[in-house]
Ligand binder design. Structure first.
Ligand code: T1G
Length: 703
């Protein structure tokens, strides 16, 4: 049914108040039909003598989640949202926005164009356009500062963060918090404004403010953006409200919005927005119903197990955790409680909510506690024999139909599943640390995993606020396999003349939150060391081994932040270059007779990106990932690949695969075996095609 046929905007009479309802599921985006409907409804209400005041609200879970992202990049359709909002603001009858769920982007701008805003106690408002590489384009940067001041508006438009009802009231952007039914409350509120002077945001002047404070706020936002441009530009556009009359500021905002709309960064971020929502729709589980999951069990309450327990309790699930002993269980209980205690102390949650968390989690050392659980997640030590023993016992204890999931980050899920005696019920659920924070979840499908088990893993992810990507079995699945491929490359560079700090700086300027050596120190060097020792017997002697320095650091007990020293030292918590490490690097390079060479930041970035894209193409060829977007989502949400680049596959297409292939060949010439160009990339570059042009299953056929 087209927009034109759907009644997207309705008007109801509530006495002398016209209630205008926006009804455009799923999120009431301001599509062309909604804009047209709003313009007509406001004009009709304005002309209707029986109407003294107007309330605008949304049907369903939300007020309005913004402009329709699907219309971006297409020829603009009339009426423009800016015009519709100006009409609403110009109304001679008071217009009140009744906000529930979210009012985001164009939705918040709609509320700002109204003369007053009444919020449901659970409502949130915000201008997340920067998260799409944009800035508000319908008055948000000009109306908001006139209501709450320049500096606060810079924060909201520049960060894209959501503001809850209580804060919105405090900021003065909400006029009231509804008590009882929102529509009724807003209708009474609007009736109360009849005959009173109408307050239009555009007519107000921003309150006096400290220029230096505003500049500092923009600089702080820009620093955090690490190369993404829209946050700084959003802040600078808000500043215009202090310099220009509303109509001029609005025109400048619009011009800047259209410029960003055509920018590479915004195209990348809009792709990432859609990819994040497309990823859980894995082709192999289309139409497959998940199993019912009401109660969850977790084996192991170490760092990962505890984080997973917190994620499920935060998602509302009763969780039973089993540890090896009463002492281990007590230590685990502390780990699980820690984030909630912090939230209670910071006022983020109240005492009642804190107590409710405790009611949902139990911990002990008796395995039978998970016998009635619908889903059991194992998070024990990353050793195959230990995992297999755990699954042998789980296979016997767990009820028929229960899903058995392993949180292994590298090991063969098929092999683990065999140990349970019921491999059909076994999947991988690879959480990322810290598991209660990181949104990425690799759902691993082993050869014998039943599709409804995989579908259950994916549906559970959404219920605990995670983004699921389905992947096949190989060493490290999608993310860790790619990491294990490019990580040795930077170790080689260190042996050959680059410094860890230069490599970290180059990749942080590229947009990664943290460079690889700093990440290693954070995660702990001992984890990689244990893995290298485990793989030593099967390592291919033809491949260059460049982890000698890392091994030496570990032999010295330098495991990173947890020991105060690793690749760096951390006096006062500050990451600091250690001359001892510099000397160790020189010593090992000399021992190995490594020729020293120069690695400009540009070369480091090109080679690392080439290695990531190349291995990612092999992941596609091997069918471990089915779609390029799966890889982009994992790298962005699991490994901090800059979202404003769209992920490695999207960026490689934007650069052009023939150029990326040249970088891959340069990297191969430098790093040798293991870095040969992927067949898929050679073919696509030859045919002047990109990853986005791949047909389903085509990559595997290229292998
Ligand atoms: N336009 C079109 N579709 C949208 C949409 C939007 N703005 N927001 C969500 N959807 C789709 C989404 O793709 C998914 O579709 C379904 O709705 C449910 O979403 C002029 C220019 C609102 C908090 O950035 O943050 O306004 O995949 O799975 O977890 O200044 O969606 O099912 O087919 O995310 O409950 C600014 C974006 C736009 C908000 C709900 N607004 N949306 O989260 O559901 S730019 C945003 C969200 C703008 C103006 C500018 C979230 C949500 P499908 P979901 P959810």
């Amino acid at each position: 049914m087209t927009d034109a046929e759907k009644q997207l905007v309705r008007r109801e009479a509530r006495g002398n108040v016209a209630l205008i309802l926006i009804d455009n599921p799923p999120v009431n985006a301001t599509s062309q039909g909604v804009r047209e409907g709003l313009a007509k409804a406001i004009a009709a209400a304005g002309a209707d003598p029986a109407v003294a005041a107007i309330v605008i609200t949304g049907e369903g879970r939300n007020f309005v989640a913004g402009a329709d992202i699907r219309e971006f990049g297409k020829p603009p359709l009339k009426p423009a949202l800016t015009e519709v909002l100006n009409d609403i603001e110009a109304s001679g009858k008071p217009v009140v926005a009744a906000v529930h769920g979210v009012a985001l982007g164009g939705g918040f701008e709609l509320a700002l164009a109204c003369h007053a805003r009444v919020l449901d106690p659970q409502a949130h408002v915000g201008l997340p356009e920067v998260k799409l590489g944009l800035i508000p384009g319908a008055g948000g940067t000009q109306r908001l500062p006139r209501l709450i001041g320049i500096v606060k508006a810079i924060d909201i438009a520049g960060t894209g963060r959501q503001v809850n009802a209580k804060e919105a009231l405090g900021l003065g952007v909400a006029d009231a918090i509804a008590d009882g039914d929102l529509k009724e409350f807003a209708t009474d509120f609007a009736r109360g404004l009849v005959g009173k002077p109408i307050r239009r945001a555009s007519a107000a002047a921003p309150a006096p403010f400290d220029q230096e404070e505003a500049k500092a706020a923009i600089a702080a936002i820009d620093k955090k953006a690490r190369g993404q441009i829209s946050p700084r530009i959003a802040g600078e556009t808000v500043l215009l409200a202090a310099k220009l009359p509303f109509s001029e500021g609005l025109a400048r905002e619009r011009a800047t919005f259209l410029e960003l709309l055509a920018s590479g960064q915004s195209k990348a971020m809009r792709y990432a927005f859609v990819a994040e929502r497309e990823a859980p729709r894995a082709p192999q589980i289309e139409g497959v119903a998940p199993r019912k999951v009401a109660r969850v069990g977790i084996i192991g309450a170490g760092t990962m197990g505890a984080g997973i327990a917190v994620a499920f309790v935060d998602g509302g699930f009763p969780v039973s955790v089993v540890e090896t002993s009463a002492e281990a269980a007590a230590a685990g209980a502390k780990r699980i409680a820690a984030p909630w205690d912090r939230h209670l102390a910071s006022g983020r949650i109240g005492a009642a909510e804190r107590a409710a968390k405790d009611k949902l989690v139990s911990i002990g050392s008796d395995l039978s506690a998970i016998a009635d659980r619908d889903l059991i997640i194992e998070a024990v030590f990353e050793e195959m024999p230990i995992k297999q023993e755990t699954f042998r016992r789980l296979g016997a204890v767990a009820k028929p139909g229960a899903i058995l999931a392993t949180n292994t980050s590298y090991l063969d899920v098929g092999q683990i599943g065999e140990a349970s005696g019921r491999p059909g019920d076994v999947i991988g659920m690879h959480f990322f640390s810290p598991a209660n924070i990181m949104r990425m979840l690799e759902v691993v499908q082993a050869p014998k995993s039943q599709l409804d088990a995989v579908a259950t893993g994916v549906s559970i992810a959404k219920r605990i606020g995670k983004i699921a990507v389905v992947c096949g079995v190989c060493d490290g699945f999608i993310g860790n396999r790619i990491l294990a491929h490019w990580r040795p490359l930077v170790d080689m560079m260190v042996e050959d003349g680059a410094t860890p700090q230069a490599i970290d700086a180059a990749l942080e300027n590229f947009g990664f939150a943290m460079g690889p050596f700093a990440v290693a120190d954070l995660a702990g060097l001992d984890i990689g060391w244990a893995r290298r020792k485990r793989l030593a017997a099967t390592r291919d002697p033809a491949l260059r081994y460049a982890s000698t320095i890392a091994d030496r650091l570990c032999e010295l007990g330098r495991f990173g932040q947890k020991t105060g020293a690793g690749w760096y030292v951390y006096p006062g918590g500050k990451r600091t270059v250690d001359p001892e490490v510099t000397a160790l690097i020189e010593k090992v390079s000399a021992e190995k007779g490594r020729m020293q060479r120069d690695f400009p930041a540009e070369t480091i970035v090109r080679m690392v990106r080439a290695a990531i894209v190349n291995e990612a193409a092999k992941v596609l060829q091997d069918g471990i990932a089915r779609r390029p977007l799966d890889i982009d989502v994992v790298l962005i949400h699991g490994y901090g690949y800059p979202v404003w680049r769209g992920g490695p596959m999207f960026e490689a297409d934007a650069i052009g695969l023939e150029h990326v292939l040249a970088d891959i060949e340069e990297t191969h010439a430098y790093a040798g075996d293991g870095y040969e160009p992927a067949r898929l990339i050679v073919d696509l570059a030859r045919d002047k095609r990109g990853f986005a042009d791949l047909a389903p299953g085509e990559a595997e056929r290229a292998a």
